[in-house]
Write a protein that binds this ligand. Structure first.
Ligand SMILES: C[S@@+](CC[C@H](N)C(=O)[O-])C[C@H]1O[C@@H](n2cnc3c(N)ncnc32)[C@H](O)[C@@H]1O
Length: 219
C-alpha cells in the first residue's frame, strides 16, 4: 500500500540511495524460494533503516523477525566495527538462507542468529542494546516492548514496523481482527509510556521511532 501518490513515491525512491547489489540478490532469491516475500522490508525502507543505523552508530542491535535477513543487513551497515547484532526468528527453515547472505556481507561475523520465539529468547539475552527493530508477529508487539525496554540503553532507539497496518488503524476494526487491535494497543502504549518519546513516520507501512529518555523511572 502506498500512502503517497505512486508517482511521488517513485520520485522519492529515485532520489534516495540505491539498494546495494547484495540486497538485490537477496530479494530475487527470496521471491524465487520463500513464501510470503512481501514481508521483506524492501529497497526504500531498507535505505531508511540503514541511514538511521548510521546516524546512531550502535554498538549493539536487536532485531525481532529476521525473515530472510534484508533489514538485518541494512541495520548492520551502521554497526560499530566491534559491535554485534542479534536477530531472532521463529522459522528454522530460514536459518541457512539468512546465514548465506550474512556471510556474503562484511558483517557475517557480527551477526548472531537465534531461532525460536522472541518471547522466549529475549529474556535469555544477557546484554543491552542501542537499537532494537521490532518486526515480528503483530499480536506480540506490546509483549515485546515490555520485554525489551529494560534491555534498551538510555538514549537508545526502538524502531517498530507496520504500525499503520495497511491503513487499518483508522478504519472500523472487525471483531476477530486481532492484529489490528494489537497494533492499535501498541501505538497507544508507545504514545503513553513515559520512559520513551515517540514519533510515527508514514514510511511504507508505518515506522515508529521511539527514543528512551536518558533518565527513566521504572513504572
Ligand atoms: C515481517 S517478517 C520480518 C521481515 C524482516 N525484518 C525484513 O525486514 O526483511 C516477520 C518475521 O517474524 C517471524 N516471527 C513470527 N512470529 C515470531 C515470533 N514469535 N518470534 C520470532 N519471530 C517471529 C516470522 O517467521 C517472519 O520471518
Amino acid at each position: 500500500m502506498y500512502f503517497l501518490p505512486e508517482d511521488l513515491d517513485n520520485y522519492i525512491v529515485a532520489h534516495s540511495e540505491q539498494e546495494p547489489e547484495l540486497l538485490q540478490q537477496l530479494t530475487r532469491e527470496t521471491y524465487q524460494k520463500i513464501l510470503q516475500p512481501i514481508m521483506l522490508s524492501g529497497p526504500y525502507q531498507g535505505r531508511v533503516l540503514s541511514m538511521i543505523s548510521k546516524l546512531i552508530r550502535p554498538q549493539s542491535i536487536l532485531e525481532l523477525g529476521t525473515f530472510t535477513g534484508y533489514a538485518t543487513l541494512c541495520l548492520a551497515e551502521g554497526l560499530q566495527k566491534n559491535g554485534n547484532l542479534h536477530t531472532i526468528d521463529i522459522n528454522e527453515e530460514l536459518v541457512d538462507f539468512q546465514r548465506k547472505y550474512f556471510d556474503k556481507s562484511e558483517y557475517g561475523q557480527q551477526i548472531i542468529q537465534h531461532t525460536g520465539s522472541a518471547l522466549d529468547i529475549i529474556p535469555e539475552l544477557n546484554q543491552t542494546f542501542d537499537l532494537i527493530f521490532i518486526d515480528a508477529d503483530k499480536p506480540n508487539y506490546s509483549n515485546y516492548f515490555h520485554l525489551i525496554i529494560d534491555k534498551l540503553n538510555p538514549g537508545g532507539i526502538i524502531l517498530s514496523d507496520n504500525v499503520l497496518w495497511h491503513g487499518k488503524v483508522v478504519e472500523p476494526v472487525g471483531e476477530k481482527d486481532i492484529s489490528t487491535k494489537s497494533i492499535l494497543d501498541y501505538n497507544q502504549l508507545l504514545k503513553s509510556d513515559k520512559r520513551i518519546e515517540t514519533v510515527v513516520l508514514p514510511i511504507r507501512d508505518g515506522l515508529t521511532i521511539s527514543r528512551k529518555l536518558e533518565s527513566t523511572k521504572h513504572e
